[in-house]
Design a protein around this ligand. Structure first.
Ligand code: FE2
Ligand code: FE2
Length: 128
């Protein structure tokens, strides 16, 4: 694998494990169906992390600062606002996976599709 691709994958990997933690934190501040959806998305992000790890062969640490900032944002502006920001993150993730679609086509296509689903699920959560 090209070194720059590996760096990119590692960056995405770190993002996946960070998002997993952010969703868990938002789930802990939610109830009912919202809580369930956020927990399931967190599980997906963890799976995404594992898929990328298979390609990089390396571990990545979550971005503790980002997790803290999202928790603070949810506390000050509410969970819905934090979810809106995460929705934008899902869009950015899809664009990211587009960049590696030629390097790891199968994984990148799958990951992109799931991030698109996340985006739509979050839009539904915000609507309700
Ligand atoms: Fe993901
Ligand atoms: Fe996602």
């Amino acid at each position: 694998m090209k070194p720059n691709v590996e760096e990119l994958l590692l960056k995405f990997q770190r993002n996946e494990i960070t998002e997993c933690n952010v969703y868990l934190s938002l789930a802990s501040k939610s109830k009912g169906k919202n809580k369930e959806v956020l927990k399931r998305i967190a599980k997906d992000e963890l799976r995404h992390y594992s898929i990328l790890k298979k390609h990089t062969g390396r571990d990545a640490e979550p971005d503790a600062r980002k997790i803290f900032l999202y928790s603070l944002t949810a506390k000050i502006f509410g969970v819905t606002f934090a979810i809106k920001l995460m929705e934008r993150g899902e869009k950015i993730a899809q664009e990211g996976y587009n960049l590696i679609i030629e390097d790891i086509p199968e994984a990148a296509t799958f990951l992109k599709e799931e991030e698109e689903e996340h985006e739509n699920e979050l839009i539904e959560l915000i609507k309700e």
